[in-house]
Design a binder for this molecule. Structure first.
Ligand SMILES: [Zn+2]
Length: 285
């Protein structure tokens, strides 16, 4: 199993933290990886890396150049996948209901800005958030995008200004996913939508590969399931509208027709490798 690219394991300040979802401290070891491990909360089932790195250490991980190279090498396939994901989650219905001027969109963890450029073509007014300076610069310089270089909570953006907030493969990297969701809720306009994509710890591949699962990487501080991510969203005032999971078997592990069938079943029954959740906030339908 080839893992997703990640910052190599570093010697950082780490400490045991309570469960980020329920505050519990009763854990069982869930996945063992080289140099780190994940625990599962016995009370709410959230899987988190523990011990956790401190906030400053996490910031340092994203300051280098490696992420730009990785992103540029995969930009086209990431964009295609990102658009398919949004389609699955009902994005195009949401967009067409908004008419010719759909509104303001914010992509958090926008990398080189490929998705924002696509949304801009479709009539959205777009802005991005990207803490990796090299990628943010690239998005500004090459694509002429407005990109904020701090974590979302530090950007001081205008409350209720955004009709669309997307965050693909971001929330599992964050030290404080709850404060990110609280800020996303503050920024979302009435009637707006949040689309979150994240690996699914309850998926078939996670169960099969355990510590060798491609998403069990040093950069992923949380490994959510449909259940735990939904619960966190609901606690922060969101209502979930649609959940889709996809990806049944990793490429190369089965003949293509088998993979095809398995992938369809994964999507149908919710044991796919990655999930996307669309939600809105309760007071602003
Ligand atoms: Zn818990």
């Amino acid at each position: 199993m080839i893992k997703t690219w990640s910052t190599p394991v570093l010697d950082e300040n780490r400490r045991e933290e309570p469960c980020a979802l329920c505050g519990g401290r009763d854990f069982s070891v869930h996945l063992r990886c080289e140099g780190f491990r994940y625990v599962r909360c016995r009370q709410c089932s959230l899987v988190q890396m523990n011990p956790q790195p401190d906030v400053e250490a996490v910031k340092r991980r994203y300051s280098g150049e490696d992420y730009l190279e990785y992103e540029l090498a995969n930009e086209k396939s990431f964009l295609e996948l990102g658009l398919l994901t949004l389609a699955d989650a009902g994005f195009y219905q949401f967009e067409s209901a908004r008419g010719a001027a759909p509104g303001r969109a914010l992509d958090v963890g926008c990398a080189t800005g490929a998705l924002l450029a696509e949304l801009r073509k479709r009539g959205w007014q777009v802005e991005g958030v990207e803490v990796n300076g090299k990628q943010a610069d690239y998005a500004r310089r090459v694509r002429g995008l407005t990109v904020y270089g701090q974590p979302l909570e530090e950007c001081s953006l205008l409350a209720g200004a955004y009709t669309l907030i997307t965050a693909s493969h971001l929330i599992e990297h964050l030290r404080r996913p709850r404060s990110f969701l609280a800020e996303a809720r503050r920024l979302l306009a009435p009637g707006g939508r949040l689309f979150l994509t994240s690996p699914n710890i309850d998926g078939f591949q996670a169960r099969l590969f355990a510590g060798r699962w491609r998403s069990a990487i040093f950069d992923h501080l949380y490994l959510f399931s449909v259940k735990t991510l939904t619960r966190l969203l609901e606690q922060e005032g969101f209502s979930v509208e649609r959940i889709v999971t996809w990806g049944g078997l990793a490429s190369g592990y089965a003949p293509r027709p088998v993979k095809f069938v398995f992938d369809r079943l994964a999507k149908r029954f919710g044991f796919g490798d990655v999930m996307v959740i669309s939600s809105f906030h309760r007071c602003g339908l």
